[in-house]
Design a protein around this ligand. Structure first.
Ligand SMILES: *Cc1c(COP(=O)(O)O)cnc(C)c1O
Length: 376
């Protein structure tokens, strides 16, 4: 069986975890956590990175930093993971769902402005499959209307837009280190603060509402309750695992890119014959080989192909159910315009196996059986 995903292990994880055991420092923002933050700040040229228990937690922190409350509206694509919306619903805000651009499955930036009301406070963009939105356009709209921009870059670490790292372009950027992402520690995430005005408050929110970070740096001689907050720290055990992954980031990137390019070349004849579509990478975007998906004619064909591949021992998987028509979305959110393309394109989409260390023969085997399916 060729699985959809195998979590990445690069070699140094065990060594680093053993160092945590001998250091006997297990809580958040310890030596390994600091090294991961330094790596992110250096590699992404970011002002400030914080490690969080998940991308979900990082999104919750962004919602707190943006001071969102009941009645506020947050624009986001309907085609995304549940927590992109839930992080804001937890603050009482209303997600307003916008249709996607079928080329990238990202928020359709042409539909953003018409969805803005006097209650709109933020735009959350999702860089689906590690491919950027038109961030110039998003930032222009946000500036004109005085809105926060939060990049849900869960899938997009080391992707760029016009040469600039994703996650560093909005006010806040969030990453995921869940085991299904390119760089992982089981469960984990990061928040980038791109407007230095919010750094101090972010550190307080992350440390249960206290100024413990300042205390640890010797800036104050005791720490006290300052603001609202929660426990948004990543354990040192996870950070040790993560550091091994970050230090091997180029190796992981190149390995995944090789499989991605193999799929792209192998499936080109089917694309040319009009049998399938694949993701489009706009010229100004460099992706990170997070995902390779194909699109069939419709839902029926996708399910048929998926069952066929399953019989051949290949696990290919669909992705999101549109949020606007889900029970939670109907209860807590609002649809901006029905989102017909989110439904139609989501139903055609099938993600192919892709993971670090995937054998070239296995990629070839998947390609071969997709070709066979369309011949039969
Ligand atoms: C994976 C993912 C998340 C959630 O990440 P966690 O680290 O599991 O909380 C959020 N948004 C998007 C777009 C994702 O792909």
């Amino acid at each position: 069986m060729i699985p959809f995903n195998i979590p990445c292990i690069t070699g140094k994880e065990e060594t680093y975890i053993h160092q945590v055991l001998s250091n006997k420092k297990f809580s958040g923002n310890g030596p390994f956590g600091e090294k991961c933050k330094d790596w992110l700040e250096w590699r992404l040229s970011s002002k400030k990175a914080l490690l969080t228990p998940s991308c979900t937690a990082a999104l919750e922190m962004a919602a707190l930093l943006a001071d969102l409350k009941a009645g506020d509206e947050v624009l986001m694509p309907s085609y995304t993971f549940v927590t992109t919306a839930n992080a804001f619903v937890l603050r009482g805000a209303t997600p307003v769902f916008i249709d996607i651009d079928p080329q990238t499955m990202n928020i359709n930036t042409d539909l953003i402005e018409q969805a803005i009301t006097p209650h709109t406070k933020a735009i959350v963009v999702v860089h689906y499959a590690g491919v950027s939105c038109d961030m110039d356009k998003v930032m222009d709209i946000a500036e004109k209307h005085g809105l926060f921009v939060i990049e849900d870059a869960a899938q997009a670490l080391l992707s760029t837009f016009k040469g600039k790292e994703l996650g560093t372009l909005g006010h806040f950027g969030t990453f995921s280190f869940h085991e299904t992402k390119n760089y992982t520690c089981g469960e984990g995430g990061a928040l980038l603060i791109n407007d230095s005005h919010y750094i101090e408050r972010a550190e307080i929110i992350q440390e249960k509402g206290t100024n413990r970070s300042q205390f640890k740096r010797g800036q104050v001689n005791k720490y006290t309750w300052q603001d609202i907050g929660s426990s948004y720290l990543l354990s040192e055990l996870n950070a040790a695992y993560l550091l091994a992954q970050l230090r091997a980031a180029d190796t992981i990137y190149e390995d995944r890119m090789e499989s991605w390019n193999h799929y792209a070349e192998g499936l080109q004849p089917l694309i040319e014959k009009g049998k399938i579509d694949v993701q489009q990478i706009p010229d100004e975007c460099q992706h990170n080989a997070h995902m390779f998906y194909i699109k069939t004619a419709d839902l029926e064909e996708r399910e048929d192909l998926r069952a066929y591949l399953d019989r051949k021992g290949i696990m290919a998987v669909p992705h999101y159910e549109p949020l606007h028509s889900s029970p939670g979305g109907e209860k807590y959110g609002r649809s901006a315009g029905g989102e017909p393309l989110t439904k139609r394109e989501g139903e055609r989409l099938l993600r192919l196996p892709l993971y670090y260390g995937m054998e070239s023969e296995d990629v070839g085997y998947v390609v071969e059986h997709i070709q066979k399916y369309f011949k039969e």
